[in-house]
Design a protein around this ligand. Structure first.
Ligand SMILES: NC(=O)c1ccc[n+]([C@@H]2O[C@H](COP(=O)([O-])OP(=O)(O)OC[C@H]3O[C@@H](n4cnc5c(N)ncnc54)[C@H](OP(=O)(O)O)[C@@H]3O)[C@@H](O)[C@H]2O)c1
Length: 450
């Protein structure tokens, strides 16, 4: 390994030695120095150089050892500033983000580089927006969290659904049903489990933060308000049982819809030409707001009961400190085998895949929608489908977002802290994901009677 010089690297992967980080390295290397790729230089960063070297060898055993290593530790802010000042884009894979993320965001904003991460922690995302948006916007640092499975399939999947309604159609609500499939056991790594447990422990912090902030604009959604529904739903159209998933997705989609309400033509690119500005405005004119929720779904009601048991275990034990200690000491026991300290095996990762169904209901036209007590008369079902969520889909998404930053920076906002949808919605991100194994399909569009 060569030592880093004072050059600027297109991408620096921070936390490259982590479970997810090493899969991000593997995905990134596919695009390094390829003919059409904007990615020409890459560095790996973290606190332990020998673990970073091991991660590179795992990711690509035959890759020439000429990827620079940058030593950077969360406990050493200067090392983070030095890392950020050598990067065009930092890909942050060091979590839990509530514990470690802010110092990295701060270093990137102060150095003026761009920042993407794979956080699924809403309180962290909204706190970064509250603290750093103004400086990031002024100084030209683009900070986008949730560029992984949390929450790009939800953001792009929602937009894909509402774009199928045509000029006349008016969606009212879109419910996403996430189904995880595998021939082997589906397992997540400890890092994600720890992030979820800490999220439960600090749930009141998000409400507190929101109370201290100005209210965001709310989109006007024609028709009835969001439906309450039963705790367990049998969604017959797609043959799945489902229960509410308390993930970041719905919150992130709502933040994008709030940003769109405040900026109906989207966010102006830092150096975009008039044609691009027109294209951006045309894209956003096709995105109609709707209520949005996410459920975790499976073929059998027993599976749903299993999800409820995991949710109760994390929810109850996560709310007091001895319970959290138990959860973090014995993750496999209290998640019923869903999370392991050593993470999934490569075979488990390879055999897993996801389907996210988006069931949209609304009105055939605005006249119907504006009638009193109008009931939805149209249903649009779409689906986003791809490989394993945490370690295959997440790196694919993160890397494609980074490549867009490198290639189309002039079309993206000068800076600021945003959710991914409002930044990447009008770009070619969906096409790029499709080229890399994540599909978007229209399943059906029907008149319904309710
Ligand atoms: N959006 C999604 O769908 C998605 C998918 C997967 C993961 N994630 C999130 O990504 C995060 C990481 O998960 P993971 O399973 O990969 O965790 P992990 O295996 O524990 O990796 C954590 C990484 O952080 C590094 N780190 C910890 N403390 C540090 C410090 N003081 N200074 C510098 N680096 C430090 C570790 O370095 P060492 O190797 O030196 O210990 C390691 O590289 C979690 O928050 C998880 O929720 C999100």
């Amino acid at each position: 390994m060569s030592q880093p010089t004072a050059t600027t690297y297109d991408i620096v992967i921070f936390g490259a030695s982590g479970f997810t980080g090493k899969y991000v390295v593997r995905e990134t290397l596919k695009f390094l120095n390829n003919n059409n790729s904007p990615l020409k230089t890459l560095a790996l960063a973290g606190r332990n150089p020998s673990k970073l070297t091991q991660a590179l060898n795992w990711a690509h055993p035959s890759y020439p050892n000429n990827i620079p290593i940058i030593t950077a530790d969360i406990s050493d802010p200067l090392s983070l500033t030095q890392m950020a000042s050598q990067a065009k884009v930092v890909l942050n894979c060091v979590g839990p983000f509530r514990l470690y993320g802010e110092k990295v965001v701060k270093a990137c904003v102060e150095s003026g580089c761009d920042y993407l991460d794979i956080s699924g922690e809403p309180e962290f995302m909204e706190r970064m927006e509250a603290v750093y948006n103004d400086k990031a916007a002024a100084d030209g640092s683009l900070v986008v969290s949730a560029c992984g499975f949390d929450s790009v399939p939800a953001e792009l999947g929602f937009m894909f659904n509402v774009r199928q309604w045509g000029e006349m159609g008016v969606p009212n609500r879109v419910e996403a049903y996430l189904s995880l499939e595998s021939e082997k056991r589906i397992v997540g790594n400890f890092g994600t489990f720890e992030s979820a447990v800490l999220g439960v422990a600090n749930m009141d912090k998000l409400a507190e933060l929101r109370r201290s902030r100005p209210r965001r604009a709310r989109p006007q959604i024609p028709g009835p308000g969001p439906a309450k529904g039963s705790t367990i739903e049998h969604q017959k159209k797609i043959g799945l049982w489902a229960v509410k998933l308390p993930s970041a997705d719905a919150i992130v989609v709502r933040r994008t819809l709030a940003a769109l309400t405040e900026n109906p033509s989207g966010l102006q690119g830092v150096n975009e030409d008039p044609k691009q500005a027109e294209k951006r405005a045309a894209f956003w004119s096709t995105i109609k707001p709707a209520h949005f929720g996410v459920k975790i779904a499976t073929k059998s009601i027993l599976g749903v009961i299993g999800f409820i048991a995991i949710g109760l275990s994390i929810g109850l034990l996560g709310s007091f400190s001895f319970g959290r200690w138990l959860l973090l000491k014995f993750p496999s026991v209290f998640s019923f085998g869903g999370f392991k300290k050593e993470g999934p095996t490569e075979e488990q990762v390879e055999s897993a895949r996801f389907k996210m169904w988006f069931v949209g209901q609304g009105f055939s036209d605005a006249n119907v929608a504006s009638q009193r007590n109008a009931k939805p008369d149209t249903e649009v079902i779409t689906r986003v489908m791809g490989p394993e969520i945490g370690y295959l889909t997440t790196p694919i998404i993160l890397v494609q977002c980074a490549l867009i930053l490198l290639k189309q920076r002039q079309d993206l906002p000068k800076g600021g802290v945003y959710p991914p949808g409002i930044v990447f919605g009008p770009t070619d991100l969906q096409d790029r994901l499709q080229e890399n194994g994540i599909s978007f399909d229209l399943i059906s569009k029907n008149r319904i009677s309710m």
